[in-house]
Design a protein around this ligand. Structure first.
Ligand SMILES: Cc1cc2nc3c(=O)[nH]c(=O)nc-3n(C[C@H](O)[C@H](O)[C@H](O)COP(=O)(O)OP(=O)(O)OC[C@H]3O[C@@H](n4cnc5c(N)ncnc54)[C@H](O)[C@@H]3O)c2cc1C
Length: 406
């Protein structure tokens, strides 16, 4: 009974089919035909991105991750999950529709925790697509998996914060207008009250941004992952988000939705890879029969179909819970590690069925594969999410509650 109820609640909300159709049509008309140019990541590609963004805005498809009161066109997580089955199919589409990481997550926390002044100065132009941002938490000298060990410090000096430290993998920092920096403000506090998130203009004196090439990303502007050094960087005290010590509380609000946004996009990637896998299996022959007639390939198709559908339902369930006010910590961690594995496996099977062709740029698969690999690491490696899930489940058993699936 419980399952029947949940499935009904997860059904596409009224009006979604038509909206999803509009995204699908936009993808077919404008995004897929542009991918070859966008892949070049040069001036021509940048001009094309701007043109496509203007079209998306004109068509009312802009910023579907944020509600209208934050400047978006969003209707909640469940709707956004369904839309991402279209948007996620191209690695470029999040940029085209203005819902790219890390701006999407930064927009969300500015909307939830920003002051009126911060919203006017940073959130409004960010959501409008006039500026970009970065999120600066991970450090070379501390395990990103355990951010309570961060070293970057911010101290009060009069009315200002003064920040010193070094970060890396700050995605999109090159050319961004500002970053949200996680810095230790009270090293003596209990671990999850030590840090504060502080808005830092990218052109503040003492900020040095150096792009680091990363597997699968050519690295230009939005697609860079940067080392960022902060040397005596001075910003007004009013640039902190929430109260001092709220850094991890706010990070949880940011990273939870950020993780499910990634997984939603992966649903689109998986389905596109699956379609390529099936199509190639039907058209290619070897040893006197189609690849589709080989048991091994049939197993890949069956396994992929089962795993993709499992990912879809887990994602829709987590999205539905978040819309209902639940933090969905276990559900988000479950899909983060499970979907990352399925994503990599489905793309890999699709490449295998294409043989050498799968490694060329004549299909989107090679690019999809390099992007997918990073999904097992960013926003928490697989192992950490497994740990979170099992710790929470075991704690429930220790309390005598056991674990009921619902
Ligand atoms: C493409 C990309 C974009 C990113 N963007 C950003 C960004 O915008 N901003 C930002 O701040 N960071 C960003 N990151 C950094 C990312 O969040 C960190 O890489 C991640 O949190 C892991 O931290 P780490 O690299 O320091 O690995 P470490 O913490 O050093 O961990 C290394 C490995 O140890 C293993 N491990 C860790 N803990 C456990 C455990 N409990 N049990 C078993 N094994 C364990 C895991 O296999 C893990 O991969 C990005 C990373 C990538 C790859």
């Amino acid at each position: 009974m419980l399952n029947a109820m949940a499935v009904t609640e997860l059904a596409p909300p009224p009006g979604l089919t038509e909206l999803r159709e509009r995204y699908r049509a936009f993808m077919e008309e404008h995004v897929y035909p542009s991918e070859e140019v966008l892949d070049r990541e040069d001036d021509v590609a940048d001009a094309l991105v701007s043109e496509l963004r203007d079209r998306a805005k004109a068509d009312g498809l802009w910023a579907p991750h944020l509600p209208p009161e934050a400047g978006g066109t969003g209707q909640g997580f469940l709707v956004y999950a369904y839309l991402n089955e279209e948007i996620g199919r191209s690695v470029w589409a999040q940029l085209v529709f203005g819902c790219q990481a890390p701006d999407a997550g930064n927009g969300e926390i500015l909307h939830l925790f920003g002051t009126d002044v911060q919203k006017e100065r940073w959130l409004a132009p960010l959501v409008a697509g006039e500026i970009r941002s970065f999120f600066s938490m991970t450090e070379p000298d501390a395990p990103g998996s355990d951010p309570t060990t961060l070293r970057t410090r911010a101290v009060r000096d009069g009315d200002d914060w003064v920040i010193d430290g070094q970060k890396w993998f700050s995605s999109g920092a090159e050319g961004a207008a500002f970053g949200i920096v996680m810095a230790v403000t009270d090293p003596d506090a209990e671990p999850h009250r030590r840090a504060t998130q502080i808005i830092v203009p990218a052109d503040a004196p003492g900020v040095e941004i150096v792009p680091t090439p990363v597997f699968g990303h050519r690295g230009r502007g939005w697609t860079t992952h940067c080392e960022v050094v902060y040397r005596d960087v001075r910003v007004p005290g009013g640039n902190s988000l929430g109260e001092p010590g709220d850094g991890f509380r706010i990070a949880q609000k940011r990273l939870g939705p950020g993780r499910i946004h990634h997984v939603m996009r992966w649903l689109g990637q998986m389905q596109r890879a699956f379609e390529l896998l099936c199509s190639r299996a039907l058209e290619r022959e070897a040893f006197g029969s189609r690849l589709a007639d080989k048991q091994t390939v049939q197993n890949w198709i069956a396994d992929s179909a089962a795993e993709i559908q499992a990912c879809r339902l887990m994602t829709l369930d987590a999205a539905h819970r978040i819309d209902g006010g639940d933090e969905a910590r276990v559900e988000i961690s479950l899909i983060k590690f499970y979907a990352a594995r399925v994503l990599n496996e489905v793309i890999d099977r699709a490449i295998q069925v294409h043989g050498a062709l799968g490694l060329t740029n004549r299909t989107p698969l090679a690019r999809m594969a390099t992007h997918a690999r990073a999904g097992r690491i960013y926003d928490g490696p697989d192992e950490v999410h497994r740990m979170v899930v099992s710790r929470r489940i075991l704690a429930a058993f220790e309390r005598g509650e056991g674990w009921r699936f619902s």
